[in-house]
Design a protein around this ligand. Sequence first.
Ligand code: KG4
Ligand code: ZN
Length: 347
Amino acid sequence: MTLILGIESSCDETAASIVKDGCEVLSNVVASQDELHIEYGGVVPEIASRAHLERILPVIIEAIDNANISLDDIDAIAVGNRPGLIGSLLVGVAAAKTLAWTLSKPLITVDHVVAHLCAPALNGADISYPALGIVVSGGHTSLLLLSDVSTAVCLGKTIDDAAGEAFDKAASILGLGWPGGALIDAASKKGTPVHQLPRPKTKGNRPDFSFSGLKTALLYGVRGNPIRKDGKSFFPRAISEVSEQEIFDWASSFQEAAVDTIINGIQHALGNNRVQCVVAGGGVLANTLLRKKLSSIAGSYNIPIHLPDIKYCVDNAAMIAGLGYHLFEIGHRDQLNVTASPKGIAS
Ligand code: KG4
Ligand code: ZN
């Protein structure tokens, strides 16, 4: 039996988890900071790193307690050290290094984006390789070709906004609030996708993604094309003039276009790569329509598509421990002088 303590602090979730043998989650503690950033409509890096500092030790202690183990029982400590907000990452990395040093336990750093693809295994998925990985989150929209659980090459990624970021901005345009993905999802259920919004395709052979044009098309669609008068630009319609039903219809139209864009990228990659399955991860995988469309393309390609359980879609440390376990098993160890990086395999 191998017990890994996972630590995650790359953005605005402070998380710790104990995972047994890479797939059995004994504890999963996530302290979200949504309430600290909500008034700014997005994550403020300085606020995030200070909140991580306050929360990291209580979160780790809770994860150990909930798993009914002691620190001595841990075989190794895994931490996401890339990519992410540097001030946030450093808090988790400093905590992991300190524990590794004081307990004389191995330290393993992992790529947060690749770790998202370990989430489906936490609810029992048996993943065969090579696999196509799709990570759709607030910071990333990346297609990865995995030759095994920890070896990946990036096939394509967003050239502007990440899909989750586009969901968040769309929710803000529609006056729904923040974080916006779940709010757009809920609003879409009351609307109909009556508006035709673009499904942007990037040029060339890489299955890259682009979401900023879709976001602008939504803004102009809802508020009208900007008018210039007296050297100033303004929208003909205020959001307060848009009826509730219209908001729902725009949310639904945006969601259809964003999900189609993601699905098109996956189909492009599946057309060019022979894989055993698709494995998916990231906060946007909580989206109802995306889950439905992914399940239906699995049938047409005749391969399994492994989705994470909803609780493992958004950032968590169980996925970090999951990837840490596989690296531990192949003998990967990091030195105590290892540091954090804002860039990872897909950035
Ligand atoms: O994976 P995650 O916690 O963060 C990063 O690693 O970046 O994903 C957070 C993102 C946010 O942009 C949030 O709006 C989006 O996931 N999200 C959703 C849904 N739930 C969360 N997007 C669409 N539909 C949802 N149901
Ligand atoms: Zn993430």
